[in-house]
Design a protein. Structure first.
Length: 423
């Protein structure tokens, strides 16, 4: 009997030690959850992220040089990138749903584990107190003298110990699930970072009616395309950053208003087109409405690339004889030429990435004392300029030089004609 009774406190001590181990494991797990956003992922995730990041950089590099692609090849390449992006978005949505379920399970399991540990500690305290009372109090004498009571007490203690042991095993299972959750959460964070790198898009805020997006747009290179003058790399940014504030109707994803910050790119026509398509087809389902937002974002990124390249070319082409500026809203380049003459040059869609010739559409006098340009003079200059070779009209510097030269020649011809008629 004495051996049995002396072994019970030892079992309780062992179980209490295991409970303390569980508490420490749970605290460590919770600390890791709190520090998860700042902690490094597992080595396998690091290797995976680095590998995918390398692939992303390769894709960005390939996207930055369009010299080897024709129009059809470029369209096919863009479609391929869109398919890759759609696949990444679908995978992200799937993982996001899994993370949401695991998050709820994590909270429930963590709460349950804390509760179970408290019950375990309370049960151990109660059992320890009972054993101590049996030893020190009157019950101790009956415990030693009465074999049946001793056996019953021993069996009760063994039953309690068995229950505690089962609870410990359940707690270990919960801890394992929490550790699996931590791994999946880190994996999701790594995939989300890679997806952001691929798409350049990150949701900052969404409150049901307003969506605030961070938009990073990569700017392609034009090296190797002989019809364009080169752009100094000190001028060309590798990427530009904007924020989009999209207002949608409550309960839907239907576009109401869109703002861009900084407001250096005109997107009014893109927003109108997105809203018009929705108004023309009110029966569109929610997924199709979301697609209209995706269409809007992609068109805005296309416009950002287009405007950035055009402004860079305009800045590069300006010199001491004339200055150029790009009018985004009208897709027109304004050339301020010597002699107080402004030339308006139309830029067609796709230029400068695709081969589209420039076109002179108007000449105006910019100075107060300059002579007004007659319609007949404008028609003569336009006719000569716009009949130049296509290759020359695709190059901004060459085209403006030609406009300036032809304008001067036509002015001399008009002056000579006036002098002859006066004789």
């Amino acid at each position: 009997m004495e051996t049995d009774s002396s072994s019970e406190p030892l079992d309780l001590v062992t179980i209490r030690s295991r409970v303390r181990e569980l508490e420490q494991m749970h605290r460590n797990c919770m600390d890791e959850d709190v520090e998860m956003s700042s902690s490094d992922p597992d080595q396998s995730l690091v290797d995976s992220a680095l590998q995918l990041e390398s692939k992303v950089q390769q894709m960005i590099s390939e996207c930055s040089d369009f010299s080897f692609l024709g129009i059809e090849d470029l369209d096919a390449f863009v479609e391929h990138l869109k398919e890759e992006l759609n696949t990444a978005e679908a995978e992200s949505a799937k993982i996001s749903n899994e993370i949401e379920v695991l998050t709820r399970t994590h909270i429930q399991d963590s709460s349950r584990l804390e509760s179970d540990l408290e019950v375990l500690k309370s049960s151990l305290d109660s059992m320890s107190s009972q054993v101590q009372e049996d030893k020190d109090g009157q019950n101790y004498h009956s415990y030693v003298g009465d074999g049946s009571n001793s056996i019953n007490s021993h069996e009760n203690h063994e039953f309690e110990i068995l229950k505690l042991d089962n609870q410990i095993e359940e707690s270990k299972s919960i801890l394992n699930s929490l550790q699996n959750f931590e791994y999946l959460f880190k994996r999701f964070d790594a995939l989300e970072e890679i997806e952001d790198a691929l798409s350049g898009l990150h949701i900052i805020e969404f409150d049901g009616t307003f969506i605030r997006l961070s938009l990073r747009t990569y700017i392609p290179k034009l090296e190797g395309m002989s019809q364009y003058q080169s752009i100094d790399d000190t001028f060309r940014p590798s990427e530009v950053n904007h924020e989009l504030l999209i207002e949608v109707l409550s309960g839907t994803m239907e576009i109401k208003t869109v703002e861009i910050f900084p407001n250096d790119v005109y997107i009014g026509d893109i927003v109108d087109a997105a809203k018009t398509s929705r108004e023309s087809f009110p029966q569109l389902s929610l997924p199709e409405t979301r697609s209209s937002i995706q269409w809007l974002v992609r068109k805005v990124q296309d416009r950002i690339i287009q405007c950035t390249l055009r402004r860079l070319l305009v800045k590069t082409a300006s010199n001491s004889r004339y200055s150029l500026e790009y009018l985004d809203r009208d897709e027109t380049i304004l050339a301020h030429l010597v002699g107080g003459v402004d030339a308006y040059i139309k830029v067609y869609h796709g230029w400068p990435i695709s081969s589209s010739p420039l076109k002179l559409i108007s000449l105006k006098s910019s100075g107060h004392h300059s002579k007004e340009i007659s319609l007949s003079f404008l028609c003569k200059v336009e006719g000569v300029v716009n009949s130049l070779s296509t290759n020359l009209r695709e190059n901004l510097s060459s085209f403006v030089d030609a406009v300036e030269t032809i304008l001067k020649e036509q002015m001399r011809l008009d002056i000579h004609s006036d002098s002859t008629s006066q004789k």
